[in-house]
Structures are given as structure tokens and as C-alpha cells.
Design a protein. Structure first.
Length: 260
């Protein structure tokens, strides 16, 4: 998954497999430079084992960058003191790493995904993690319709994870478009949270670049210079309102003598 990189060609040549794609989220293919096993296990936090494989859509079956969220979630769940198990709703739940970690930390979990294949992969991970008896409800459903039904049923959750793709389809071909559907989805989630000790974690992968990426690139390029880096987003503030319209990402480096 090559992007702006200062790694030399030797580093890329040493990779077992590389995925080359275009700017579309998922189009592209894997090129194997050295044999890659059909699948391999990855254990997370010594608690849950996920089977990884090269999938046609660049994914490996695991998004390890989510790990800090998972750690935060499991430590929060372990602090739960109520008489009942805490409840976790995992939306767009994919191969289930977060669902399994939540169950392992004592939660009752509802795992929602529109893909039969993803749900059977998640169940395979449940078996590999020896969590067959964990209280997880596997829902093959459209996430948007599911949360609307849960709101009508007045269900409540202690932690809600929302990790949607940019575009997706429900099992009955319902469309999911992040830029259209996320606000409504989050409004429903806001109705489903149990109270002031609840949490919602949302991630959006809709951007290929990020301010962190730009920041790191500048730090690498300017590694031999002393100074300070500030990175973030530029936005235009709404007149008379509280909103800001994000327009672009930036990194500003200023040399030591200029830095105040
Ligand atoms: C990028 S993955 C999410 C990664 C996952 N949360 C994790 O950390 O491992 C996106 C998932 O959303 C699912 N999906 C796409 N459209 C959906 C929809 N309308 N309703 C429910 N799930 C959907 C896909 O099947 C896929 O498993």
C-alpha cells in the first residue's frame, strides 16, 4: 500500500507482498514477491486470535491501528461495576476483533455486519480465540436499519463502535454512503447510549491522506534540521456560528530561531 514514502526500493523489494491500487478505496491487486501463507494467526493483547489472509480488497482481516481504541474499550469494560454485563454494539464489525476483545473483557456484544463472509470469518476468529461460549449476537444486517430498529426497541449500550467504510451495501443492497448517512447513524447512536458513563468511538477512513501523514513526511524530510512542527487541518469558520468547514491539511515547520 505504497504512498508518499522515503523508503528505498530495497525496502519495498523486501516485502513478501505489496498491494498496488489506485485512489479508489479498494481497486487493485496483491503482488507476491515471496510466498505468503494462505492464512496466518495474529494474537491481539494475548487475548484474541485473528486469522489474517490477503484479501482481494487490500485488507488482511485486521486493522491494527484500532488497537488503542480496543485497549481503551477493554480497560473501560473491566472497570464496569454494575450487576449486569456491560453492553457493546459493534457496527460495521468486519472480522470481529473488537467484538471478541469486548466479550473477553466481560461484555455482552452485538456484532453487526452486512457481509456473510465477514461474519463467518468473525465466527472462525471466535473459535480460534476459544470464545465459543462468549455472549455475542452475530447480526447479518444493514447497520443503518439495525440502529433505527434498536432505537424503536429502546435498547441501550454502554459502548458503541462505529467504523464504517466510505461506501457499502447492506445484505439487501441498501446503500451506505459515509457522507450522506453518517450524521443520521450518529444521531441514532446518540439515542442508544446508556448514560454519562457510555462511549461512542467513530472512525472514518475516507481520506487517503491525513495531517499525521503530512506531518511525518515533513519530519522525515527535515530530520537534520532543528525546529518545531505543527500539523492539523485548515478550516473556514462559519460566520456567526460554531462550525468550521475543513478544507485542507497542513504541516508548518519553523526553524529553532523562529520557533517561539
Ligand atoms: C472497513 S470494515 C470495518 C473494520 C472493523 N471495524 C475492524 O476494525 O476490524 C467495513 C465493514 O463494513 C461492512 N459494511 C459495509 N456496508 C455495510 C452496511 N450497510 N451495513 C453493515 N455493514 C456494512 C463491510 O462488510 C465490512 O466488514
Amino acid at each position: 500500500m505504497r504512498s508518499w514514502s522515503l523508503a528505498g526500493d530495497a525496502v519495498w523489494a523486501g516485502a513478501h507482498a505489496t498491494f498496488s491500487g489506485n485512489d479508489d478505496e479498494e481497486a487493485g491487486r496483491w503482488r507476491q514477491q515471496q510466498p505468503v501463507p494462505e492464512s496466518w494467526p495474529v494474537t491481539i493483547d494475548g487475548a484474541v486470535t485473528v486469522t489474517c489472509r490477503l484479501s482481494a480488497f487490500r485488507h488482511l482481516g485486521l486493522f491494527p491501528e484500532q488497537f488503542p481504541h480496543w485497549q481503551w474499550m477493554t480497560s473501560t469494560l473491566k472497570q464496569h461495576t454494575g450487576p449486569e454485563r456491560p453492553r457493546v454494539l459493534n457496527l460495521f464489525a468486519y472480522t470481529g476483533a473488537a467484538s471478541l476483545l469486548a466479550a473477553q473483557a466481560g461484555a455482552e456484544v452485538v456484532h453487526v455486519d452486512a457481509s456473510k463472509k465477514a461474519i463467518s470469518w468473525a465466527k472462525e476468529n471466535q473459535a480460534t480465540s476459544k470464545l465459543n461460549d462468549a455472549p455475542i449476537r452475530w447480526m447479518l444486517d444493514d447497520a443503518r436499519k439495525f440502529v433505527q430498529r434498536e432505537v424503536r426497541r429502546e435498547r441501550r449500550y454502554d459502548i458503541i463502535l462505529v467504523d464504517p467504510p466510505k461506501f457499502g451495501r447492506g445484505p439487501n443492497n441498501e446503500t451506505w454512503d459515509l457522507f450522506i448517512d453518517l450524521p443520521g447513524m450518529l444521531r441514532s447512536c446518540a439515542e442508544l447510549v446508556a448514560g454519562p458513563r457510555s462511549a461512542i468511538i467513530v472512525t472514518a477512513y475516507a481520506i487517503r491522506a491525513s495531517s499525521l501523514m503530512l506531518d511525518q513526511l515533513c519530519r522525515e524530510v527535515l530530520a537534520d534540521k532543528r525546529g518545531r512542527f505543527d500539523s492539523g487541518e485548515l478550516a473556514i469558520r462559519e460566520q456567526g456560528g460554531a462550525r468550521a468547514v475543513p478544507t485542507s491539511l497542513f504541516t508548518r515547520w519553523c526553524g529553532d530561531d523562529l520557533a517561539i
